[in-house]
Design a protein around this ligand. Structure first.
Ligand SMILES: Nc1ncnc2c1ncn2[C@@H]1O[C@H](COP(=O)(O)OP(=O)(O)OP(=O)(O)O)[C@@H](O)[C@H]1O
Ligand SMILES: [Mg+2]
Length: 251
């Protein structure tokens, strides 16, 4: 089983779009997949049709040691795609850990929980918030790969460097961890300007192109491939799943 975090501490750079559509493509082509919503906004949960304002956030339950991971997983309408749903209560779960710093058992809880999914899931894809709270610090200990989506603008490239630094610090405690950047929302046939100075970072070969149907698919909570199979982004997310399979090996 492989764990992938979609993380950039810059907001609005297509993290959720990438996490949801990558999870869908992995489930469709490469084995059972868990989409873990680690953002209190609950956007991935809404996309998966599983947002419940009254149920405690699944990751919060695991992080605070209140529930076993398998009892927090929900079926989605897509075959082989499961979700751990989230909402604002994830904020309280994270806050409750502030007092827990003397004996930080929470740090390893997510890694231990994901390890329990071996045999049940081939892939875990975590949709991260645009910041680093306790749940993300703990999830970094479980990750094989951090995908850092970057839109073609200077602020997003700044976010890339900051996120890379955070992953670098986490890799001292998780030796298998690596990070790769992903261009998202780029025009067709685009090349990054030299001023972005992005050579020092490993990039995924696939680029996700700007496509009008992406917003439409989000608003009706559908995978882009189901909403508009021929559009650039649908083809690119399919290619991304194939590349991830190649980069990480079997799930
Ligand atoms: N390839 C694309 N083409 C066109 N629009 C896109 C594409 N990818 C994402 N978008 C749009 O960009 C916006 C931001 O995307 P998304 O919500 O995935 O970002 P995010 O990084 O998860 O945001 P946040 O930091 O708030 O969690 C959305 O309106 C989405 O529809
Ligand atoms: Mg998001």
């Amino acid at each position: 089983m492989k764990t992938i975090l979609v993380l950039n501490i810059k907001g609005g750079v297509a993290k959720t779009t990438t996490a949801c559509n990558l999870a869908y493509e992995l489930a469709r082509g490469y084995g059972p997949t868990l989409l873990c919503d680690a953002d209190k906004q609950g956007n991935a949960s809404r996309w998966a049709g599983c947002k419940d304002p009254y149920a405690p956030a699944a990751l919060g339950q695991v992080l605070t040691g209140k529930k076993a991971i398998k009892s927090t997983m929900l079926y989605t309408k897509h075959e082989d795609l499961f979700v751990m749903s989230s909402n604002q209560s994830l904020f309280e779960a994270n806050e409750s850990l502030r007092e827990d710093t003397a004996a930080p058992a929470w740090q390893t809880r997510i890694a231990l929980a994901f390890a329990n999914l071996e045999g049940a899931c081939d892939w875990v894809v975590v949709d991260c918030p645009p910041d680093l709270d306790y749940s993300i610090v703990a999830a970094l200990l479980a990750a094989d790969l951090v995908i850092i989506p970057v839109t073609p603008d200077a602020d997003a490239v700044d976010g890339l460097w900051d996120t890379f630094d955070q992953v670098d610090s986490a890799s001292a405690a998780n030796h298998k961890l690596r990070a790769m950047a992903l261009w998202v929302r780029v025009p067709n046939a685009w090349t990054p300007p030299k001023t972005f100075n992005t050579q020092a970072v490993p990039w995924l070969k696939t680029r996700i192109r700007e496509s009008a149907p992406v917003l439409r698919a989000k608003n009706v909570a559908r995978p882009i491939r189901e909403e508009s199979p021929g559009c650039y982004a649908a083809r690119d997310y399919k290619a991304l799943a194939a590349e991830i399979r190649e980069v990480l090996g079997r799930g």
